[in-house]
Design a protein around this ligand. Structure first.
Ligand SMILES: NC(=O)c1ccc[n+]([C@@H]2O[C@H](COP(=O)([O-])OP(=O)(O)OC[C@H]3O[C@@H](n4cnc5c(N)ncnc54)[C@H](O)[C@@H]3O)[C@@H](O)[C@H]2O)c1
Length: 379
């Protein structure tokens, strides 16, 4: 028979793939999405699954939740504001307040007993700069350091790495598990608030709740316009239009990429797992990549010899290195099964199939420059 499932942000990247999988499993799905202009400048995307019920509305409105939750057994809350922009309050309204409204409506309407599960999309960004150690001061790697966001004065000098506060040598990163919480920018702060609201109210009111902290998710349907959708989008669009992409910092920053189908499998697993209730899980690819190596992998996979440009730009508020430790979710039986090459091939097939305008490449970049989010080191 299946569940009746509300998916917020179901027109977006992760939401739409999850909707498809839920429908394939026989669930009935209602999608709630406001078609945010930043993500969908041309309206509802054609990947929207017409077997789902469509509701265009905003998760910041209490009335939206009152309507959307009627008759539902499960909620996946993916709708989010995610970018590097300076309208700080929007992060909190969309990400944190919406989550409080979800629980508020369930409690006020006495629906708590009817909900089987709420699954909240959080982010690796909550862990900030993650876990490091100093190989000189603590060679055993058993004394961890959690660096703060790098100061502007440091970035202006092009000194990208975190250094030991004692001996000033470069720190080594290690994978961060779910206990690491160090949000360093408004998006991360809002996502951490969202986690806390969901876990606290879920526990207090007996609503089984799971929080999934995704690493950088890759695959088809990543918005061409959303600046947050990162390296894959920038590199692929640059290669499509035969230009060398700009790589931020020195390209040696380490990231953790995960294929969208692995994310969907994690989303489905926690729906059925009672052991997941009340927990936070990292959902990451498990393989660390420098951004430059990732670009090289794209060049190799797509057979392109266009060299990148590394002019010393940086995104204000960006993280130097972050890799998630996923052992907690692996203990539930999940593991990532796709490679970065699989993601590159899928995304390339997608963008070459679509009629992408050249403005997709420049629009987000221009906006970030205007807002002074992309900056340059001073030599
Ligand atoms: N994509 C990633 O790499 C990544 C990484 C970590 C966490 N996440 C989290 O996963 C979730 C989904 O991300 P995504 O990549 O699919 O993003 P996306 O931008 O592709 O999709 C988000 C969807 O939410 C909708 N939306 C935005 N504001 C809304 C509002 N106020 N009311 C209703 N709908 C609204 C948008 O229209 C969009 O369809 C988000 O919560 C995000 O923070 C994503």
């Amino acid at each position: 028979m299946g569940y009746r499932i509300l998916v917020t942000g179901g027109a977006g990247f992760i939401g739409s793939h999850t909707v498809d999988a839920l429908i394939r499993q026989g669930h009935r799905v209602r999608v709630l999405d406001n078609l945010s202009k930043r993500v969908h400048p041309h309206g509802r995307p054609d990947h929207f699954n017409v077997k789902a019920q469509w509701m265009q509305a905003d998760v910041r409105e209490k009335g939206t939740w009152e309507e959307a939750l009627k008759g539902m057994d499960v909620v996946y809350h993916f709708a989010a504001y995610q970018d590097y922009m300076t309208d700080f309050s929007t992060f909190f309204h969309v990400n944190a307040v919406s989550t409080a409204l979800l629980y508020e409506v369930l409690v006020e309407k006495q629906m708590t007993g009817k909900i089987k599960k709420i699954i909240v999309a959080a982010s690796q960004a909550v862990m900030g700069e993650g876990r490091h150690y100093c190989p000189d001061c603590f060679p055993g790697g058993d004394h961890f350091i959690y660096p703060a966001i790098r100061p502007e004065a440091q970035l202006l000098k092009g000194a990208w790495d975190h250094r030991c506060p004692v001996c000033h040598r470069i720190l080594q990163w290690v994978p961060s598990d779910e206990s690491v919480v160090h949000p360093c920018n408004p998006y991360a702060l809002s996502k951490h608030s969202q986690e806390q609201i969901a876990l606290n109210l879920g526990n207090r009111y007996g609503i089984p709740t799971v929080v999934l902290r995704y690493s950088i998710v890759q695959g088809e349907r990543q918005s061409f316009f959303n600046a947050y959708s990162g390296a894959m989008r920038i590199f692929a669009l640059s290669l499509l239009f035969d230009t060398g992409p700009v790589i931020f910092e020195d390209g040696q920053q380490v990231r953790d990429f995960i294929n969208i189908q692995d994310v969907v499998e994690a989303n489905l697993l926690v729906l059925e797992s009672d052991a997941a209730n009340g927990c936070v899980f990292n959902v990451g690819g498990g393989v660390p990549w420098t951004v430059l190596d990732f670009y090289r992998e794209m060049q190799k996979t797509l057979n392109k010899d266009i060299e990148p440009r590394i002019p010393g730009c940086y995104r204000f508020g960006d993280t130097r290195h972050i890799v998630s430790d996923t052992s907690r979710l692996q203990a539930l039986g999940w593991s990532p099964r796709r490679t970065v090459k699989d993601s590159i091939e899928a995304y390339w097939a997608y963008i070459t199939r679509k009629k992408v305008q050249a403005d997709a490449l420049t629009l987000a970049q221009q906006q970030m420059k205007q807002m002074h989010v992309i900056r340059e080191m001073k030599t």
